[in-house]
Design a protein around this ligand. Sequence first.
Ligand code: FAD
Length: 373
Amino acid sequence: MEAKAIVVGSSAVGGVCAKALANHGVETLVLEENFKPGKFHKCSGIMSKAGLESLGVSIKECTLNEVRGARVFAGGTELKFEASSTKGVVIDRQAYDERCAQEAQEAGAKLVLNARVEKVSSHDGGFTVSTPSDSFSSKVLVGCDGANSTVARTLGFPPIEARDFVLAWEGEFSGCRVSDPRLVHIYLEPSICKGFFGWLIPVSEDRARIGFASADFPKVREAKQAFLNLAPVQEVLGPTGSASCECVREFNYVIPIKPRAATQAGNAMLCGDSAGQVKATTGGGVVFGGKCAFIAADEIANHFSSGTPINYERRWREKYGGVLKAHNFIRAAYNFAEGFDNGSVLKASLAVGNAIGLPGFLSAKGDMDFIVS
Ligand SMILES: Cc1cc2nc3c(=O)[nH]c(=O)nc-3n(C[C@H](O)[C@H](O)[C@H](O)COP(=O)(O)OP(=O)(O)OC[C@H]3O[C@@H](n4cnc5c(N)ncnc54)[C@H](O)[C@@H]3O)c2cc1C
């Protein structure tokens, strides 16, 4: 089977990319390894409202909650900020991914399910993409196949180093007690969440996604119980063994926190987690991955209409490389601070933040994607 462009992976970023390509009039084929599109809920599903809306996918049906601020805990110290209007939306991530695929197909992209790409080879005229049962060819290829990208590996893109990943555990709990569903919780606990943090994303007053990530992969499994025993987490879950509170879903998954050194080789491109287009502060990748997919689609369309070389790498780095670097810088500064005195520096930083009026500044100016608005 042939198409002008093949997109590998039909999750949040692949769907946005395929829809944009099809809207530009590029004949597009999407290959997805699973029996349906999406990440199967392996995500906390919180995005900035403005950022998610900017991707143009309808979020009406998959929005579960709206949030406007956060409570940040370090030891016994808390810093709280709350904007006057909605800043983030909590979504049904699987429903969102399926919606992305549906809109891509409505725009004209063709989706092939149960098509696990095993090998990609490039030749003069383009690419040959092989699954266990079929072979597909295209002039242009976009790998939207996530953190363990087969496209990146088989085409020899530089790897994302192991130190630039964190490993997460998350559970969704029903029957818990969320005191204010408009506020997310952030837990700064270096002994448990080394190089990252823990979180609570409220879905409703009695439902929340609670998890943490760490750069210390082997410790994640054993740290889970210690995390669930943290006082502010217990406050939400209720006493250990509480019959009303149930973990309805849990998973482990990796998050890349730094862009790959190269994300384009000729007419092959990587978008989303495969490119490492993720905020190093929070691990959020849906918005920036989608924004970069727009740039890829635009460049590919220009290439087909006017023969210009694809200029994806330079364009996305010019537009979003700076802000992703700023997220990285904050992550590096945080990691430096957490290394001191087992978290007491973090605790002191929150106290100083409270003293100098940081909550007021964040409430007025904080932006989930661009740091300040
Ligand atoms: C615990 C956790 C919490 C997170 N929370 C948030 C959050 O709240 N907000 C946010 O913005 N981001 C969050 N993220 C990150 C976010 O989930 C990713 O940035 C986002 O899913 C990236 O989308 P993607 O389409 O690039 O990759 P993925 O969603 O990983 O999708 C890759 C797709 O490619 C398919 N695929 C893979 N290999 C192949 C192959 N060989 N052949 C064919 N198909 C293939 C997969 O089946 C899948 O459909 C979180 C991540 C984790 C792990």
